[in-house]
Design a protein around this ligand. Structure first.
Ligand code: TMP
Length: 208
């Protein structure tokens, strides 16, 4: 059976990823594909336990290197227990964040050495790469405003300062420039309908 496709959505806070993940998964199911929706950190029982350590508590709970290690520990579980089995069944995997988030948040945001992050990727994920990555780009203030109106009190990351969020937005744009075959930047300030339409258009031209 043909291996399924692996699609990731990335971006800063309040970029609208969760809405777009469900819309994309629904559109792909309408086309007859088997689709799983998943997320990072998390996406398997063990990885969800690690997620709790990462998103809750004071902003200075972990140093950047520890955070990177925890994200890759969660990712290894997620890849082994959820993503690879789904791809081997022939399912499409639509994932809310993946390793580009570690490079952006821990690398560009917290200043963790980017080669160290790449070596963690090689050692824990190996040869698997997303087939297509959407980077949902939104100005920092607009994103944080949107995230705040969710009224959840904010994860550890939402509570980090504006300079951190600016570094990670620039980081995501840099990642897209460095990986033009895999990544496409979407203007997430547009309406949800426009963003959903653009995502499907890119799937049609780049994947099917
Ligand atoms: P979420 O709010 O998109 O569910 O993600 C939880 C937080 O984890 C989000 O603020 C970004 C952060 N994060 C990292 O810092 N590094 C990573 O590798 C991942 C996957 C997420």
């Amino acid at each position: 059976m043909a291996r399924g496709r692996f699609i990731t959505l990335e971006g800063g806070e309040g970029a609208g990823k969760s809405t777009q993940i469900s819309r994309l998964a629904a559109a792909l199911r309408d086309r007859g594909y088997a689709v799983i929706e998943t997320r990072e950190p998390g996406g398997s029982p063990g990885a969800e336990l690690i997620r709790n350590l990462l998103v809750n508590g004071p902003t200075d709970r972990w140093d950047g290197v520890t955070e990177a290690l925890l994200h890759f520990a969660a990712r290894r579980e997620h890849v082994q227990k959820t993503i690879l089995p789904a791809l081997q069944r022939g399912d499409w995997v639509v994932c809310d964040r993946f390793a580009d988030s570690t490079l952006a948040y821990q690398g560009y945001g917290h200043g963790v050495d980017k080669d160290f992050i790449k070596s963690l990727y090689d050692g824990t994920v190996g040869g698997l790469q997303p087939d297509l990555t959407f980077i949902l780009d939104v100005p920092v203030e607009q994103g944080l405003d949107r995230a705040n109106t969710r009224g959840t009190g904010g994860t550890r990351y939402e509570r980090m300062d504006k300079a951190f969020h600016t570094r990670l937005r620039d980081g995501f744009l840099d990642i897209a420039r460095n990986n033009p075959q895999r990544c496409t930047v979407i203007n997430a300030s547009d309406s949800m309908d426009q963003v959903a339409e653009e995502i499907l258009k890119q799937i049609d031209t780049r994947l099917t």
